[in-house]
Design a protein around this ligand. Structure first.
Ligand code: UD1
Ligand code: CA
Length: 425
């Protein structure tokens, strides 16, 4: 099926009160709001148009760096959601297929739901389908207004709604599927006669009805999925929802989460069976963790981490962009960054991989081969390789490669001055 996507990401996000970051680039556990939407949408649409406007350079760069199949389209000035979609019209002049429209600030939507939404659109021979859901507190969302026979009538925004309309709990999720050939003419006919003086995308519902097109609503049962981010409070709430969803999925698949109230695991982290995640662990970005591992308490995995089976990453250990092979222990108070650790490696407490040179701003790699043992409080100054089976004595600073089965030690010789204290008294 020929389906393209339009993602709205040009708005200012005034309520986020941010000077540095456009709304859609705010993050949930290491991934941007827009990233969540894009990752789902790219799985079943061939081409995506991302509408950018406010702080467009940053959003454009994010999209070009991360999504090959997406194009960015500039909307300037930003005159509303309907105006935003109309920016794509020149690109789709001869296109007759389907278009899925989503907002870049709705990161909780699942791929599966989007698929069901498109299936619903198809099985109803719909020309235009809008996703709706029921909220106990519908404030700030557009309300779905229905005719007496329950068919769709229109969508009314909070600011334009009468008290009676405000009482409606069915809201617009901001996700639409449309047969482009049938709906595209709507975008040149939208008006700004509303409280915000904007071109509302929501007005295409009424337009479709007037054109006698087949317009339907798909009611989403799990309303959490369309939770939109407009404020920092919303961001915190969405993070919580996403986290609990992930922890639940992990527990169902056989991972122990000792305390789900204070464990944070990103959506893009895979964890194998019988691994135990101890409290106050924070895992962000993309990671793969094997079976039978013990992670935490108070571990921080920052993304790009691969942990094989039977590994221990203990308390106050930070790991970034590293591979830790099976049966290896990093027990306590260590930093492992840009590193590759072999099997049966033991990392003593307080070991640091010094991966960053602040003068050259270059990050380098630390490689520890199988069976390497690193004594406590050692610094491995990268780039550095410790070959198979070598040992590093506690308190050493390793600045060059160490050969197999060697002992490397930089410790100053121990001096003991007998009765030194007594002589001072
Ligand atoms: C919108 C809907 C509302 C729905 C809600 C769901 C309209 C008029 N209202 O309201 O019915 O319940 O989403 O979350 O569509 N944007 C642009 N260009 C613009 C304006 C906005 O790209 O000129 C983008 C924003 O970046 C954002 C999205 O469109 O990603 C939605 O805009 P926002 O201002 O957040 O609309 P809501 O008030 O949430
Ligand atoms: Ca919004």
């Amino acid at each position: 099926m020929d389906i393209k996507a339009i993602i709205l990401a040009a708005g200012k996000g005034t309520r986020m009160k941010s000077e540095t970051t456009p709304k859609v680039l705010h993050e949930i556990m290491g991934k941007t709001l827009l990233g969540y939407v894009m990752d789902n949408v790219k799985l079943f649409t061939k081409e995506q148009y991302v509408i950018v406007g406010h702080q467009s350079e940053a959003v454009e760069k994010y999209i070009t760096d991360n999504y090959d199949s997406a194009k960015t389209v500039l909307q300037s000035p930003q005159l509303g959601t309907g105006h935003a979609v109309s920016m794509v019209c020149p690109y789709l002049e001869n296109y007759e297929g389907q278009v899925l429209i989503l907002c870049g600030d709705t990161p909780l939507i699942k791929e599966d739901t989007l698929k069901k939404f498109v299936e619903f659109h198809n099985s109803n021979n719909s020309d235009l389908t809008v996703m709706s859901t029921i909220f106990d507190n519908p404030t700030n969302y557009g309300r779905i207004i229905r005719e007496n026979d329950n068919t769709l009538k229109c969508i009314v925004e909070e600011k334009d709604a009468t008290p009676e309309q405000k009482a409606v709990k069915e809201v617009n999720a901001g996700i639409y599927c449309l047969n482009w050939g049938k709906i595209k003419n709507a975008f040149s006919q939208l008006k700004t006669n509303n409280a915000q003086g904007e071109y509302y995308l929501t007005d295409i519902i009424q337009w479709g009805k007037e054109q006698k097109l087949n317009v339907n609503a798909f009611i989403l049962e799990n309303s959490d999925e369309i939770y939109g981010i407009n404020s920092r409070q919303n961001l915190a709430q969405a993070t919580k929802i996403m986290n609990l969803r992930k922890l639940d999925e992990l527990m169902t698949s056989g991972v122990t989460i000792v305390d789900p109230r204070c464990t944070w695991i990103s959506e893009d982290t895979q964890i194998g069976q019988d691994t135990i995640i101890y409290p106050s662990t924070y895992i962000e970005g993309k990671n793969i963790i094997g079976k039978n591992c013990k992670i935490g308490p108070c571990a921080h995995l920052r993304g790009g981490v691969e942990v094989c089976d039977n590994v221990k990453v203990g308390n106050f250990v930070e790991v970034k962009k590293s591979k830790i092979s099976s049966n290896t222990n990093v027990g306590h108070l260590s930093y492992i960054g840009d590193s590759e650790l072999g099997e049966h490696v033991n990392i003593g407490a307080g070991t640091i991989t010094a991966n960053y040179d602040p003068l050259s701003k270059v990050k380098s790699k630390t490689v520890l081969k199988d069976n390497v043992k690193i004594g406590s409080n050692s610094v491995l100054v990268a780039p550095v390789t410790v070959e198979e089976g070598a040992n590093v004595g506690a308190g050493s600073i390793i600045t060059k490669n160490i050969s197999s089965w060697a002992l490397a030690i930089t410790r100053a010789p121990l001096k003991v001055l007998e009765n030194w204290v007594k002589r001072k008294i």
